[in-house]
Ligand binder design. Sequence first.
Ligand code: PMP
Length: 429
Amino acid sequence: ATATTSPLPVLGRDVLVPLVTGGEVSYAALDYAASAPALQRVWDDIAAYAPYYGSVHRGAGYLSQLSTDLFENSRRDVAAFLGCRPDDQVIFTRATTDSLNLLAAALPQGTRVFVFETEHHASLLPWQQREGVEVGYLSAPRSPRQAARTLERALADWRAEANTGAALVCVTGASNVTGELWPVRELAEVAHAYGARIVLDAAQLAPHHPVDIAALDVDWVAFSGHKLYAPFGAGVLAGRADWLREAQPYLAGGGASRKVARKGDGGVDVEWHTTEARHEAGSPNVIGAYAIASACKALTEAGFESLVARERELIAKVRAGLAEVPEVRVLSLFGDDAPRVGVISFVVEGWNSSHFAAALSAEYGIGVRDGLFCAHPLVRTLLGGEPGEAGECGAPEAAPGERSLNAIRVSFGAGTPDEHVERFVGAVK
Ligand code: PMP
């Protein structure tokens, strides 16, 4: 196992990778923001359940019953982790992208959605795909206070148009590019003051900080298991039941339908469930749901204070190391002192970011992310120019020595040993 002072052990990932300079080195995975390793506890829980795997909500057989209990208990554990209100629903999805698309599909006709242009594409794009929904894009704020003011102005204008329809604000809790924390509680207050609802994209926040849906006073929360140390293909959408209950099922099929009967005219009559099952058609991913619940319990038991304290040490180490390299520019929307999670993006003068990341991998065995991080407008704002054409989430082509068209991101969390960030800082230097 890797040496670590982390309060929560992760699955040992001692992969030896070959270096172009010769020899091998233990891989330093510093791309937690893309996908984090499984917690050892999650891995153990899944291994213990695997021999008894069965289908959920599919009859009286012992293993089906056991799997159903596990799935429904997982729902309760996630609700407890998120501090859900009694009427909230917890829907298991594939990941954050799926959760936000589900919510977009469930919006009442005529809903106006407000979203900052700095959002990850998962929280930026689903709304415009929905017919009968209008989207108001908000410009990049340069401080948390400015974010609240920008939202307030947009909502005030919208209400001044004598608009009585529904409105939804979508905001990220922690940026997947800068790691900066957004003022979720304040934005929720502004949204509610104008009768709008708010959904929190907690994909990057939940692995680092407690997310309490009632205390933050947000209407929905979305997050992904694979970023929360539970990489088994599931995610969560949790929150207010009313719109979800009234919406058409996200997927049509078994499990979502309560009663189906042939009609006299040859058609089919369907009565859909009004519980979470309405949006969980098909055989549910019980392993994924149980993995998330297991991670939620492990994080709660370890306590976020110790995780945050450990992460703060690692952030300080990386920031101090990068600050010693004059060619490095760390990307930030809210300024150097803004509170952040362990996600740091930067560019290196005179280097193409993709080549830099490739060198970190090939010469030092360090895995970081390079590209535009599925947040093209934000990266464009931060780089102060037009990034080149890029494939979705990809890195544009550029010749060596050209101005950076994209960036490098280092990210870490539970289980990250000091040696990994020290090797990273040494390599950058
Ligand atoms: N929102 C944010 C802030 C993210 O960082 C990501 C993943 N990079 C997503 C949403 C989408 O998550 P997923 O790919 O798991 O659906």
